[in-house]
Design a binder for this molecule. Sequence first.
Ligand SMILES: Cc1ncc(COP(=O)(O)O)c(C=O)c1O
Length: 467
Amino acid sequence: MRADPADNLSLEEMDKLSLLHPYTHLVQHAERGPLIMTEGAGVRLTDNHGRRYIDAMGGLWCVNVGYGRPEIVEAIAAQATKLPYYHIFASMGTEPAIRLADRVLRLVPENMSKVFFGNSGSDANDTNVKLIWYYNNLLKRPKKKKIIARRRGYHGVTVAAASMTGLPHVHAAFDLPLPGFLHTSAPHHYWEAPAGMSEREFAAQLASDLDVLIRSEGPETVAAFIAEPVMGAGGVVVPPEGYYPLVQEVLRKHDVLFIADEVICGFGRLGTWFGCDYFGIEPDLMTIAKGLTSGYLPMSASVISEPIWDVVRDGSKELGVFGHGYTYSAHPTAAAAGLANLDIMENEGLVPQAAEAGAYMQRRLREVLADHPLVGEVRGVGLIAGVELVADKRNKIAFEPALKVGQRASDYALAGGVISRPLGNTLAFSPPLVITHADIDEMTSIVWDALERVRSELITEGCWKAA
Ligand SMILES: Cc1ncc(COP(=O)(O)O)c(C=O)c1O
């Protein structure tokens, strides 16, 4: 136990003494301390000094219905009062878990058959990997185990999920990725397509890269491919036109399963219920989380197709009990939050609303920011967008990472009252689906001002001049 109890310290000081913050520069945090949020309503947050912000990131891409929804709070309170917790191991059940699984299956693509609940996007991705290994063992294909993900992809941080994530800082010094997890090219037209290549040509090249990788590994060793319909944390990357049909053709040819990681895209973000609907993907497994409960309580799920379910179910004839599950799988209070969240989404028509607001956000970001001298590209679909900041927009030259241009822009936007997320030098936006046109206008104008401040700072430092 600590000898100096933190009785007389400010919250900021107590934080520095007590918390290990996820995805935080720990040395800088020890100097700067935390920004503490205390309240939320709609798309707005308030911090402990009373400052207000537009949360243009919806928390971490998750507060789809917005903050302060009494219906969800009441559903949580009612379930917690009646039965706060019970599990569903060994054929036990609870009503919210059963109803939420049924509800999810009515929303996802038709070939999906069963829902396995977890508590985070990461653990649901680990579950999907384990299910695929289990499935192939039951099919007597013990060599068919490798998983192909994509560079820049984000699938979480547990051991298998982090292995699938294609970002170097998630692997460095963690001894990851594990063997058997491979990465193919990122569908990032702006940075990775050769100059002059069309989107369609680039899509064909990416499908060919995938085909070559599967062939070189041996199709009999490759079990699955995982993709976020639109990449989030890797820089908000919308795949080039024609990408998914070509990718699916390659996967089918080699009998490789498709895991759609819908953790960000699911539940309305792209203006459709799922990213699979938007792109016409026919997944074998889906990973869902975030918008399932809008973050009011933690909950995720792996959703599997009928053919996979058939094999997994029959596995019990051979192996007995299905040996996987979390204490909090299908947590009834979280499931009650999920049901109330889906009621709101359906009753208020938030998915079509997101399509409309999303089209407006994409248009305004382009109208206001695309011509800014630091902006190389504005990209996105629906209510997810990325603004790529570059040193030289004509010649597509990136800023030196050490200049931390994305971080500076995000800091100035924050000071102006907008929370965005710097992903390298891409500023990401993923607001609650209830964002209005007026909020979007306010947000884009604050971001423009932030970019102007970064530009004049870089000029003063001698780090940038107009081309
Ligand atoms: C696409 C995707 N998959 C998985 C995850 C991991 O989810 P969690 O942080 O809940 O473990 C995330 C988190 O941002 C994500 O964006």
